[in-house]
Design a protein around this ligand. Sequence first.
Ligand SMILES: *[C@@H]1O[C@H](CO)[C@@H](O)[C@H](O)[C@H]1NC(C)=O
Ligand SMILES: *[C@@H]1O[C@H](CO)[C@@H](O)[C@H](O)[C@H]1NC(C)=O
Ligand SMILES: *[C@@H]1O[C@H](CO)[C@@H](O)[C@H](O)[C@H]1NC(C)=O
Ligand SMILES: *[C@@H]1O[C@H](CO)[C@@H](O)[C@H](O)[C@H]1NC(C)=O
Ligand SMILES: *[C@@H]1O[C@H](CO)[C@@H](O)[C@H](O)[C@H]1NC(C)=O
Ligand SMILES: *[C@@H]1O[C@H](CO)[C@@H](O)[C@H](O)[C@H]1NC(C)=O
Ligand SMILES: *[C@@H]1O[C@H](CO)[C@@H](O)[C@H](O)[C@H]1NC(C)=O
Ligand SMILES: *[C@@H]1O[C@H](CO)[C@@H](O)[C@H](O)[C@H]1NC(C)=O
Ligand SMILES: *[C@@H]1O[C@H](CO)[C@@H](O)[C@H](O)[C@H]1NC(C)=O
Ligand SMILES: *[C@@H]1O[C@H](CO)[C@@H](O)[C@H](O)[C@H]1NC(C)=O
Length: 757
Amino acid sequence: MAAFRRMLLYVACVVVMLSKMAAAAASLAKPNCQNWCGNVEIPYPFGTTENCYLNDNYFINCSNSQPLWGNHVVTNISIQGELEILMFIAIQCYQNSSAVPVVDHSFYLPYPTVTISNTKNKLVGIGCDTYASLSAYQNNEPYFLACSSTCQSLMNVVNGSCNFHGCCQIEIPTGLKNFTLEAGSNYNHTNVSKFNPCSSAFVAKKDEFKFSSDYLGKMPAPDINDTFPMVLDWVIGTYETCETARSKPDYVCGQNTSSCDNPPEGVDGYRCKCKEGYEGNPYLHDGCQDINECLQVPKPCHAKAKCTNTGGSFSCTCRKDYKGDGKMNGTGCSPKVSHFKNIIIALIAISIGLSALFVVGSSVYCGLKRKRLFKLKEKFFEQNGGFLLQQKLSNDRTSMEVAKIFSAEELEKATNNYDESRVLGQGSFGTVYRGILPDNNQVAIKKSKLCDQSQIEQFINEVIVLTQINHRNVVKLLGCCLETEVPLLVYECITNGTLSAHIHDKVLSSSLSWRKRLKIAADTAGALAYLHFSTSMPIIHRDVKPANILLDNNYTAKVSDFGTSRLVPLDQTQLTTLVKGTLGYLDPEYFHSSQLTEKSDVYSFGVVVAELLTGKKALSFDRPESDRSLAVIFSSAVKEDRLHQILEDHIVSDGNINEINKVAKLVMQCLCVRGEDRPNMKEVAMELEGLRSMDQKHQLGKVDLYTKEAECLVTPPAQYSFSINGVNNDDSSTSATMGYESMRNQDLKPLILNSGR
Ligand SMILES: *[C@@H]1O[C@H](CO)[C@@H](O)[C@H](O)[C@H]1NC(C)=O
Ligand SMILES: *[C@@H]1O[C@H](CO)[C@@H](O)[C@H](O)[C@H]1NC(C)=O
Ligand SMILES: *[C@@H]1O[C@H](CO)[C@@H](O)[C@H](O)[C@H]1NC(C)=O
Ligand SMILES: *[C@@H]1O[C@H](CO)[C@@H](O)[C@H](O)[C@H]1NC(C)=O
Ligand SMILES: *[C@@H]1O[C@H](CO)[C@@H](O)[C@H](O)[C@H]1NC(C)=O
Ligand SMILES: *[C@@H]1O[C@H](CO)[C@@H](O)[C@H](O)[C@H]1NC(C)=O
Ligand SMILES: *[C@@H]1O[C@H](CO)[C@@H](O)[C@H](O)[C@H]1NC(C)=O
Ligand SMILES: *[C@@H]1O[C@H](CO)[C@@H](O)[C@H](O)[C@H]1NC(C)=O
Ligand SMILES: *[C@@H]1O[C@H](CO)[C@@H](O)[C@H](O)[C@H]1NC(C)=O
Ligand SMILES: *[C@@H]1O[C@H](CO)[C@@H](O)[C@H](O)[C@H]1NC(C)=O
C-alpha cells in the first residue's frame, strides 16, 4: 500500500509540475513584462516597457493598446522570427497632367534587425504609367529592385491578373534590409491621368492582394495612408552569425536547452531556438521547457505502453505482458499473453478493491479531484494487480496459509513445461497437471481452457471462494499465476485420484471397504456443512459429485472444483441462478425453480452416498429409461425393501447391515424432492459422524435423525427423467453439465459473479 501511495504522490507531483510548466510556456515575455498588446502576443526580445525588450529595435509602443513598431502597426510576432506589420503604400499622384505630383509618399524602414521575408512577400506596383521600386541593402551592399506597369486604357487590364498591364509584381530576393519603397512615373501620367492619376507601390504578403481595375481610378485623400500587411524576418544582432556571436558577451541564446540557429541563407544575424523536445522562448533564461510528449495528442506511445517523459525526449515501455518498443511509430506493443490477466485483475480489483480504494482515497491529499484519482487508481490496479492480489491474499485472510503468486517460469519448470506425462486429469474446465516445486513439494496445477469468458468467471469465482476456506476436507489453494495466457491455479496435490475413479474402477472399488466409504461420506458431509455454516458467507458448492471429491492416501476426502460455487449473502436464503450442475446429481427442485439453496448440495450429496452404497453411476444411459437415474433406482429399492439387491456386494457384512440401512434412510431424506424436507448438511454430518464413531466404538449413538421418519416424496417427478441426446456419461471426467436461463430471474444482486449472462 505504501508503494501505491508513493506512486500516487509521484503522479500528483508530476501534475503540479506540468501545470507549472504550462504556465511558463504560456508567457513568452520576460518575467513581469506585458505579454500581450491588443491581441498580439509580445515575445521577448520584443517588449513594451523598459527592461522588457532587448534593445530599441525590439521596442513595441503599446501606449494606445495597439502595438506600434516605429510607426507601423504590428499584427503578429512569432518566436520563430517573423514580424508581421502593416506597411504603408508608397503613392504618387498627378492631376490635370500637371508636371508635379500632387501626392508623393515613399517609405523607409531603417531597422537593421529585420529583413523583408523573401518567401512571404512580393513587390507590387499599380498604375498605367508606373514603376515600383525598392532600394535596400543586401549583405551591406545597395540593392535596387523595380517593376513597371503601363496601360493605354482600362480596356486592356484584367482583374486578378498582375501582368504589367496596370499592375506589376516581382519576387523579392533574400536579405533585403534598410529599404526605401517608392512609386514613380515615367511620363508624369501624361495621357493616362484621366483614368489613372496615381502610381502606387507596396510590399505585400503573398495572397493578401488581388488586383482589380478599381485600384487604378483611385485618388486617395492626401492624408490617408493605406497599408498592406507584410512579413519581416527578425534576427538578433547585425551582421553576426552564430559562429561569430557565440563568443560575444551579448550573445542571448545562453541556456543549455536553447541553441543558436542561423537564419535562412542571405539573412544575417542569428536566432535562438529551443532544443528538440523543448518548447518556449529560447531568448529567455529558462525559457525552454521540456515538452511532456506523454501528454501529446496523438499519444507517442502505444496504448499498452507506459510513457515516461525525459528531458527533451520520452520513452515507451510496454506493459509487463506486452512486447515491442512501445512507440506509436515503431513496433508498438503486441500481447505476450492475452487480455486475460487484465480482465481478471480488473474484476478481482473491483471485488476486493472498493475498500482499498477507500483507504487510498482518504490518504491522498495532493488536492486532486476524486474523479481523476479514481481513473488513476483503476490504471494502477490494472498495472499492479498482481501486487494487489498478493496483498489481498496475504493480509486479508489471516486464517489461511499465505497464498502465493507464482511466476510463469516457476510453474513451467514445476510441470516440466506442461508435459503430457504430468496430466492428472482433464475436464470441461481445463487440465490438471502434477507439478513439483523446487522444495520438492507436489502440487496440482489447474490450467483453465483458453479464453472463454465463462471460464474466466469460473476461475475468478474459484479463487474468491477458495480464499475463504480453510478446512481439512476441502482441497487447499496454494496460489495462482496470472502471468500466462490462461490463468493457473496451484493446489495441494491430492495423489490418490477422484472418488469417482475409486467407485467405478473394479480393482479400486474392491479395496474401498464400508468403513472407508463411511469415512468418505462423513468427511464430505463435514466439508459441505463447513461450507454451508462456518464460512463468513455461506458457500453453495453446486456441483457435488464423486468426480469432484479427491482422495488422499489415507482415503481422506477433499472436496474440490469450486468453479460453479456461489457465495450466498447472509440475508438471502435463496438465489435465483442459471441452473448449473451435473445431471444425475442435480437437485430436481432447483432444476425446476432455479431457486438455489444449500439444500441443493444436500440432494447431490445424497446421490453421492447412494453411489457409494451401490457402486452405480448416478446417471447411465446404458440402463433402461426408467432406471437411468440412480436416485430413482435407489429410492424405489428402499421403498420396496429390496435395498440389498442394489448394494455393492462386497461392502455388506453381518456387522454393518444395520449401519448401511441407517445410511440408506439418511440418503432417502437427502433425496426428498422438496428441499425443506431434506435435513441440512450439519445434521447429515453429525449423523454420519455418529455412525462412524459408533462403528469404531461399537456402541449406539444418540443422534437419531433418521428415526424421525420424516415422510417425503422421494422419486423425482417424471419430467426430471429428461431425455437428452448425445450426453456421454461414460467418461467420468466429462460431466454433462446443463443450464438454462431462469425465466424468473429476480433482480437479486449476487455478491460475486453471476454465472449466468
Ligand atoms: C508611443 O506612441 C504614441 C502615439 O501613439 C506617442 O505619443 C508616444 O510618444 C510613443 N511612445 C514612445 C515611447 O515612443
Ligand atoms: C501569427 O503567426 C503565426 C505563425 O506565423 C500564426 O500561426 C498565427 O496564427 C498568427 N497570428 C495571427 C493573429 O495572425
Ligand atoms: C484640374 O482640372 C479641373 C478641371 O478639369 C479643375 O477643376 C481643377 O481645379 C484642376 N486641378 C488642378 C490641381 O489643377
Ligand atoms: C474588376 O472588378 C471590379 C469589381 O471588383 C469591377 O468594378 C470592374 O469593372 C472590373 N474590371 C474589369 C476590367 O473587369
Ligand atoms: C540605411 O540606409 C541609409 C541610406 O538609405 C543609410 O544612410 C543608412 O546608414 C543605412 N542604415 C543601416 C543601419 O544600414
Ligand atoms: C515630368 O515632370 C518633370 C518635373 O516634375 C519634368 O522635368 C519632366 O520633363 C516631365 N516629363 C514629362 C514626360 O512630361
Ligand atoms: C500622349 O499622347 C500624344 C498624342 O496622342 C502622343 O503624341 C504622346 O506620345 C503620348 N505620350 C505618351 C507618354 O504616351
Ligand atoms: C501617413 O504617413 C505619413 C508619412 O509617414 C505621416 O506623416 C502621416 O501622419 C500619416 N497619416 C496618417 C493619417 O496616418
Ligand atoms: C542544463 O544545465 C543545468 C545546470 O547548468 C543542468 O542541471 C541540466 O541538466 C542541463 N540540461 C541539459 C539538457 O543539458
Ligand atoms: C511518427 O509519426 C508521426 C505521425 O504520427 C510523424 O509526424 C513523425 O514524423 C513520425 N516520426 C518518426 C520518427 O517516424
